[in-house]
Design a protein around this ligand. Structure first.
Ligand SMILES: Cc1cc2nc3c(=O)[nH]c(=O)nc-3n(C[C@H](O)[C@H](O)[C@H](O)COP(=O)(O)OP(=O)(O)OC[C@H]3O[C@@H](n4cnc5c(N)ncnc54)[C@H](O)[C@@H]3O)c2cc1C
Length: 630
């Protein structure tokens, strides 16, 4: 009877343990990509073994999951990975989230100063072998073209590497001799010198490089004269026979011309190979996968358009934890990404630190920490490296202290890990500083002192480059602030932020549980609205001054120096940090005795399980001892 009960209990405990541990987000859950994407998820742990010295090149996106532009860009990058799926014997597509602590060193190795950054790492490369791909192109096709240019520039001579260079002085009769002995089909694509189609097709079929060889010829080589083509005929594909004779492939069969030349040529080559059966093990599996993934991506794009779900739930009270976490991430991770801090960058940093020491409404150890940091930076008037700055920012003492948490947010916790967090807390910090300037008695301060320091910080140090560029445009009238109006900066930043909210409302960066609204909502400040769209200036200013005042910050959850020195590690692991967020959520959300008891059972079930196992073993041992005497 006891044993039956114990077994049942063991099973129940095991199930409870399983469900409760599944609540803690895994490291993968902060990635913008999933295993369903064609993008390989790279981490600090797998990067070296997968990427360095790989036989293929690697296109790597370095991003931060908090960065709004990275979130918007993720679908473009997914599309790049799908479009280049057939190229994977030459180049693979991966992404690494620089926000995750454990990935930081890899991002530093590749000098990632802004998110997202694309880098191409050549085959058999070591740590420093990465090349920057300029993201001038914002669409997948543009990125693919940039990628082809970079692959072309690598000038590899490996057998599986396509020979991108157009053949110039070779006649038709000699082309075949340039193919490997295993070749079964030789094709020649004739196109304009700067056209990408030929190179795309070479990569599309690169998997069959032993049997299918594709050459390129342009309009200025010897072959152009031999083939007697018109410009309107190209791009054209020729089958080259071993005796030097050629056969032009029909690339316009049964296909919609709007599909573009890459698809037309690809389809024609596939049809020919299927009919002629000249290539062993030729199949359309890659193509099917590409079509399937593209359809799935299209569906997710339709679903991904965020719809505001219900009314905004806003807290009256702000939390100091958010500001301290943002400060820690900014000073220990964002600023040190900049390799050399000197000249204008140094001035911007100094200005920013001065503003923080003057106006941050922090507790005593945090203010001392900021002042100490400022004085150490001042001692390096010629500038310092990001690494040196990080060393200075890392110093914590009991009386000069900034918690080392980098992802613990309370007010700014989103409904999913990629939402809110750092940029949300940055906005709170900025508004708080503008209000604090009004409420602090400093002589001879200029109304633009705080907003211009914010602008300098965003310009030189904010990792989301696209956000930074937008912000520069959106604040280009900053110098026009009325110097006689001491509240001008508070109102100005409120307007700029609402402008950003309007721009981002409904896009994929918006947390469905926290829609981007014109702030403050009528729930939060009923007096601020004259009607649905217009604000009452005086009441809104009044509200902002109260909302972002020092007194409106909850200090009850901040971490104290003594608490942190009791911990094994200064920087909690990501799982620990998420557990903390989970615990906060749990206590916020659950009420009543039943849910409280459930949470206790969940938390201690594992230890209870161990206890039960020990009891069972003990009982069984005693039982066994008794048997011989029976
Ligand atoms: C300088 C800057 C520029 C950015 N630019 C971009 C960009 O170009 N593209 C992009 O995708 N993301 C951008 N972001 C991120 C984006 O603005 C949000 O911060 C992010 O999407 C998180 O949104 P959120 O819902 O937490 O609210 P956030 O917009 O971050 O707001 C945080 C909190 O501030 C309060 N608040 C909201 N509006 C106002 C207001 N007008 N005045 C005072 N308080 C307010 C609310 O309590 C809100 O919860 C930028 C962030 C910053 C700091």
């Amino acid at each position: 009877m006891t044993l039956v009960f114990t077994h049942r209990y063991l099973l129940i405990c095991f199930l409870i343990r399983l469900t409760s541990s599944a609540v803690v987000p895994s490291q993968d859950s902060i990635s913008l990509y999933t295993a369903n994407d064609k993008v390989v998820i790279l981490t600090g742990q797998n990067f070296s073994s997968i990427v360095y010295q790989s036989k293929t090149a690697w296109l790597v996106e370095f991003y931060a999951s908090w960065c709004g532009h990275c979130q918007s860009y993720a679908n473009t990058y997914r599309e790049v990975a799908i479009d280049t799926w057939g190229w994977r014997t030459v180049v693979r597509v991966g992404a690494i989230n620089c926000y995750a602590d454990e990935n930081g060193p890899i991002c530093d190795q590749h000098n990632v100063a802004a998110y997202p950054t694309l880098r191409l790492i050549g085959p058999n490369s070591f740590i420093n072998g990465s090349k920057l791909i300029h993201l001038t192109a914002t669409d997948a096709k543009g990125v693919e073209r940039e990628l082809i240019k970079e692959l072309d520039a690598l000038q590899r001579t490996d057998r599986n590497w396509p020979n991108f260079a157009p053949i110039a002085d070779v006649g038709l009769e000699n082309i075949y001799s340039y193919a490997p002995p295993t070749v079964k089909l030789v094709l020649l694509i004739v196109e304009k010198q700067d056209d990408f189609t030929g190179r795309q097709i070479m990569l599309d079929f690169s998997k069959y490089h032993e049997q299918l060889v594709i050459f390129r010829a342009s309009t200025d080589g010897k072959l152009w004269g031999q083939l007697q083509l018109n410009l309107t005929d190209i791009p054209a594909v020729f089958i080259i026979h071993s005796n030097g004779t050629t056969e032009r492939m029909n690339t316009k069969q049964n296909m919609n011309e709007n599909l573009g030349s890459r698809n037309l040529l690809n389809y024609a080559i596939r049809s020919y190979v299927h009919k002629s059966k000249c290539i062993d093990n030729f199949d359309d599996r890659d193509l099917e996968e590409i079509i399937h993934s593209k359809n799935a991506l299209k569906k997710s794009e339709v679903k991904g358009t965020n719809e505001a779900q219900g009314a905004v739930i806003e807290n009256q009270k702000l939390n100091m934890v958010d500001l301290e976490t943002a400060l820690s991430y900014m000073l220990r991770r964002e600023v040190p990404r900049i390799k050399m801090i000197y000249g204008e960058t140094y001035d911007a940093l100094l200005h920013w630190l001065i503003v923080l020491t003057k106006y941050f409404p922090g507790r005593q150890p945090v203010m001392t920490y900021l002042k100490d940091l400022l004085s150490k930076v001042k001692q390096q008037p010629n500038g310092l490296s990001g690494k040196q700055f990080r060393e200075l920012a890392d110093i914590n003492a009991s009386n000069s202290y900034l918690p080392n948490n980098q992802i613990r947010y309370i007010y700014c916790t989103g409904s999913a890990p990629q939402y809110r967090g750092y940029p949300c807390a940055l906005w709170l910090l900025f508004h708080t500083l503008t209000v604090s300037q009004v409420q602090t008695e400093f002589q001879n301060t200029h109304v633009t002192e705080v907003p211009s320091a914010i602008k300098g910080f965003i310009k030189y140090f904010f990792g989301c480059r696209h956000c930074s560029d937008n912000f520069m445009k959106e604040t280009n009238e900053l110098h026009q602030l009325d110097a006689n109006d001491k509240n001008a900066a508070v109102v100005y930043l409120w307007k700029v932020h609402n402008h950003v909210n309007e721009r981002l409302h409904g896009d994929e960066t918006e947390d469905p549980q926290n829609p981007k609204i014109q702030f403050p909502s009528s729930n939060l400040c009923p007096k601020c609205r004259m009607d649905k769209t217009n604000f009452d200036s005086a009441s809104t200013l009044d509200f902002l001054l109260k909302h972002y005042s020092k007194d409106n910050f909850d200090l009850s959850s901040v971490e104290n120096p003594s608490e942190s020195s009791n911990k094994k590690d200064q920087i909690p692991s990501r799982i620990d940090q998420y557990s903390m967020i989970e615990i906060n959520h749990d206590f916020k959300q659950k009420s009543g005795l039943f849910s409280y008891l459930t949470s206790i059972v969940q938390r201690f079930s594992f230890y209870f399980l161990i206890f039960i196992v020990i009891i069972v073993l003990y009982v069984r041992r005693r039982h066994c001892k008794i048997i011989p005497f029976l």
